[in-house]
Design a binder for this molecule. Structure first.
Ligand code: FES
Length: 131
């Protein structure tokens, strides 16, 4: 699978804090066969991070279609279906039914004039558990 680059536009229009969801059209097929129709994009310590908007408990989006993937603060991502919590730095599930699994990660490149979401980059396709 070759990586696909999706322009996110000028970085100044991207979130300075918190998280947003965005569609991936057509959907991206993850290494386990799950289709990711959306991504979660946010900043952690000033750096853009992105994950597939696919829970590791059941292969459904973390939100109810309203883009809400946090618990009201910026400290963790949450799946609103069964309450799994994910570390926004690396996508690790820190509590809930998929404990110790990781959200699928996407690469984000932030240039001066444009940010780019890269899906299907082989280095990002296999989130490894922490040692
Ligand atoms: S589907 Fe996400 S916690 Fe169950």
């Amino acid at each position: 699978m070759s990586p696909r680059e999706i322009s996110l536009g000028p970085p100044q229009f991207l979130p300075r804090r918190g998280f947003v969801t965005l569609p991936i059209v057509p959907a991206h097929r993850l290494p386990d066969g799950t289709r990711a129709a959306g991504a979660i994009l946010g900043r952690v310590d000033g750096k853009l991070v992105a994950f597939a908007n696919v829970c590791r408990h059941l292969a459904i989006p973390l939100d109810y279609g309203d883009g809400d993937v946090t618990d009201g603060d910026d400290d963790s991502l949450i799946c609103h279906h069964h309450g799994a919590r994910f570390d926004p730095r690396d996508g690790e599930c820190t509590a809930g039914p998929c404990h110790r699994e990781f959200l699928w990660r996407f690469r984000v490149v932030e240039g001066v004039d444009e940010a780019t979401l890269i899906v299907g980059h082989e280095a990002d396709d296999a989130p490894a558990p922490k040692p």
